[in-house]
Design a protein around this ligand. Structure first.
Ligand code: SAM
Length: 286
């Protein structure tokens, strides 16, 4: 039984799991907190859960205690494997651990839908995986929801609305295909060792279809160009995409003198659709 496992501090001491900076190891040792994160992921009882970076297994225990049907955990640090095996033994048949880099492993062969993803990961890996999970070739994706720990500032960029400093590519990319919300904010002291900044857990549910129609690569290109020069007016920032951008924006009812951070998702999608309608042979600037 999961409740009979020793405290995480003992597990860490017994297996000598001193946190390694290079692996972004900031462990959560408070099992009440890991239970809260597991609950924020929704009803896990009928789901397979993909957990990335379980470390000594605090969140893993939370996921299993919340009744996850099956947890597939991918951990890069082999030192953590014996501690994770103890959890697997306490919950026969419900925890599978894969040793390796989550950026290199395709977990799908080991998972049965519906699938929820939960992770407390190093921030750079988390953002890279989030972008991958949001940009598959087909939508809906393999996951029903993502519950991910981020640096608080990144979490705020994910949920940002037009008109705020945090609004940009990450907000648009996310909100086009998913519904994100911040479910928990955590001070540095919640982790061992404490990181330099505060953290936040973001819960994202996959929309059945993108919020507005658009061709994904075209939308991505327009948004990237608009925000690469976010202080410029759109007519200047987007000139490289279409020399006649001013007339196009006017026609779509988007003020050419506006800046990217004032433009909502719907207008970006309308612009992407309009640009996709350019006949394939027409000259374009890249
Ligand atoms: N989930 C644990 C917790 O909440 O205490 C550990 C969190 S710690 C911030 C991040 C974990 O991700 C570490 O155990 C680290 O070894 C692991 N990790 C780092 N990079 C990884 C990668 N590319 N693939 C899989 N695991 C990784």
């Amino acid at each position: 039984m999961i409740d009979t496992l020793p405290p995480l501090r003992d597990v860490i001491a017994r297996h000598d799991l001193r946190a390694r900076k290079a692996l972004g190891q900031n462990f959560l040792l408070d099992l009440n907190l890991t239970a809260r994160i597991a609950r924020a992921a929704g009803d896990l009882r009928a789901c397979d859960v993909l957990e990335i970076g379980p470390g000594p297994g605090g969140l893993t225990r939370g996921l299993l205690a919340e009744g996850a049907r099956h947890v597939l955990a991918i951990e890069k640090d082999p030192r953590c494997l014996p501690a994770l095996q103890e959890i697997a033994q306490a919950c026969p048949g419900r925890l599978t651990v894969l040793s390796g880099d989550a950026l290199q492993i395709d977990p799908l062969a080991h998972l049965t839908p519906p699938i929820r993803v939960v992770a407390n990961l190093p921030y750079n890996v988390g953002t890279e995986l989030l972008v991958r999970w949001l940009t598959p070739r087909v939508w809906p994706p393999f996951w029903q929801s993502l519950t991910l720990m981020f640096q608080r500032e990144v979490a705020e960029r994910i949920v940002a609305q037009p008109g705020s400093k945090a609004y940009g590519r990450l907000a648009l990319l996310t909100q086009w295909r998913a519904q994100p919300r911040i479910v928990l904010t955590l001070p540095p002291e919640a982790f061992s060792p404490p990181p330099k900044v505060s953290s936040a857990v973001v819960h994202l549910t996959a929309l059945p279809a993108p919020r507005f129609p658009a061709d994904a690569p075209v939308l991505e290109r327009v948004v990237a160009a608009a925000f690469n020069q976010r202080r410029k007016m759109l007519r200047a920032a987007l000139r490289g995409i279409d020399p006649a951008i001013e007339a196009r924006l006017d026609r779509l009812g988007i003020p050419p003198t506006a800046r990217a951070e004032e433009i909502g998702l719907e207008a970006f999608c309308a612009l992407a659709r309009d640009l996709s309608a350019i006949p394939p042979g027409a000259p374009r600037q890249n």
